[in-house]
Design a binder for this molecule. Structure first.
Ligand SMILES: C[S@@+](CC[C@H](N)C(=O)[O-])C[C@H]1O[C@@H](n2cnc3c(N)ncnc32)[C@H](O)[C@@H]1O
Length: 310
């Protein structure tokens, strides 16, 4: 459950109930989504966890196994869902998702059209962004994928904010009933230029379109098509770089005992000359920061364009 109450405002149900979706967090790259069920257990390398111990606890709780191991029980936000959902297709990740939502200017109440739905990673964040009064109409021509996405939206609690349609958007375009109603349109399709004319018809005056493509050749072709009806056409590549920041000792010219050095770490600039002297003279701990090796590289290009006013 994404903890959205469509009748009110975004809200968090504070306590875990029987049947709630919970994100079991071991560490940032080891999480999974589990439905809490009074009679079930979770078994992992830390031991056996009884779900009955989870029910009634607030989200965010640390819970213990029979062997004293622990995990955290997190509320299922769209950001966490993106990290645990089952990949039926390539998906968008949070760096691209957050950029898309900002640049498409999506706010509560917006009507958004999307194709393809894929694994519903972006759709889930779109749903929360338009809640409680907006709606996302998402289309995929793959029936099974559309059905699985619907099931996921039920599971995550956003189904009242999302309608999944089965349709070949490149071939048929978006349904006429949305003509002139969409605040924004998002395309993640292999040949987006085929869907751009229809997307243009769906947008309100001044509405914005975004197309995600992994290859620059797709971008070039889309931009060519966009030029006839759109303005302010801009393409971005969002590159996310994580940093590891921790304390370590640094002896002049000797490297660092506590920190294994892949690339040279940056030493934190000290506030005063006095404290700099202390650090340089005594090799006391300093805060080291350096880019992580596992940073995510190219995912795709995001092309944005605004419908020309006639
Ligand atoms: C890469 S996935 C989209 C992933 C999605 N953005 C996410 O974050 O989970 C692309 C989807 O487009 C769908 N697709 C491809 N061609 C299509 C078409 N002509 N009409 C509708 N959907 C199409 C595919 O079935 C696939 O599910």
């Amino acid at each position: 459950m994404l903890l959205i109450d469509p009748s009110k405002k975004l809200s968090f149900t504070q306590y875990i109930r029987d049947g709630d979706l919970v994100i079991v967090y071991e560490k940032h790259d080891s999480m999974k989504a589990i439905k809490a069920c009074e009679t079930s257990v979770l078994q992992n390398r830390f031991g056996v966890f009884k779900h009955s111990d989870w029910i009634g606890k607030p989200f965010g709780s640390k819970v213990f196994s029979n062997k004293g191991g622990f995990v955290y029980l997190l509320a299922p936000t769209p950001e966490l869902w993106t990290m645990v959902l089952s990949h039926r297709t390539q998906i968008l990740y949070i760096a691209d998702i957050s950029f898309v939502i900002t640049y498409l200017e999506i706010v509560p109440g917006c009507l958004v059209l999307e194709s393809g739905t894929g694994s519903g990673s972006l759709t889930t964040s779109l749903a929360r962004a338009v809640a409680p009064t907006g709606h996302v109409y998402t289309f995929d021509f793959h029936e099974q994928r559309a059905a699985s996405a619907r099931e996921d939206f039920e599971k995550t609690g956003v189904s009242s904010l999302v309608t999944v349609g089965v349709r070949d958007i490149q071939g048929e375009g978006f349904p006429d009933e949305y003509s002139g109603l969409a605040d924004s349109v998002f395309l993640d399709l292999p040949q987006p230029w085929l869907a751009i004319p229809s997307a243009g018809k769906m947008l309100k005056q001044d509405g914005i379109l975004c197309s995600f493509s992994p290859c620059i050749e797709q971008v070039q072709r889309s931009c060519e098509t966009l030029r006839s009806n759109f303005t302010d056409i801009r393409t971005f590549e969002v590159l996310l770089r994580m940093y590891e920041v921790r304390e370590g000792k640094m002896d002049c010219g000797q490297g660092d005992e506590g920190v294994s050095l892949g690339s040279p770490p940056y030493k934190r600039r000290q506030c005063s000359n006095e404290s700099r002297k202390v650090h340089e003279n005594t090799s006391s701990p300093v805060v080291m920061a350096r880019p992580c090796g596992e940073s995510r590289g190219h995912t795709g290009y995001l092309t944005f364009a605004r419908l020309k006013c006639h």
